[in-house]
Design a protein. Structure first.
Length: 149
């Protein structure tokens, strides 16, 4: 849990540093596509690294890319890919809701870019589904061909 909290704090510091470097324009960071990148990629990765050491995550990737039957790390790799699947889905939902909240704040103004913001809000669930499918495929590769039917 400590690793997760430290990772979240470092992520927040990186965002604040980025905001400072672009001249303090917070609106750029509140864009739904940026929220998608943070919530769909960074937060699930940090959540996984908080539950498992980096060495185990690296081994899970190796087990998925080069399945070699039963290895001692197979059970841990399956748990890592399972956690990543659910974390990516949860991150996509969080980013989608955050994007909707940000977009809905512009409903009372005559904003010509409202459609663009709504479209950008849909980026999070789109990438969430793609990454979830990738995690599912990699988890299936680790499981192997126990039942070919």
């Amino acid at each position: 849990m400590t690793r997760f909290l430290v990772g979240q704090a470092l992520l927040l510091l990186a965002v604040l540093l980025g905001i400072t470097l672009i001249g303090g324009r917070l609106v750029t960071w509140l864009h739904p596509a940026v929220m998608a990148a943070l919530f769909v990629v960074a937060v699930p990765l940090l959540a996984t690294l908080s539950a498992f050491p980096f060495r185990a995550v690296r081994q899970a990737l190796a087990d998925a890319l080069h399945p070699e039957g039963d290895t001692p790390t197979k059970a841990t790799s399956l748990r890592i890919w399972h956690l990543l699947e659910y974390s990516v889905v949860a991150g996509g939902l969080l980013a989608f809701c955050t994007g909707l909240i940000i977009t809905f704040t512009f409903l009372d103004t005559a904003n010509p870019f409202l459609g663009f913001k709504l479209a950008a809000t849909l980026v999070a669930p789109f990438y969430s589904v793609l990454l979830t499918m990738a995690c599912r495929v990699l988890r299936t590769k680790v499981e192997g061909d126990a039942d070919p039917h």
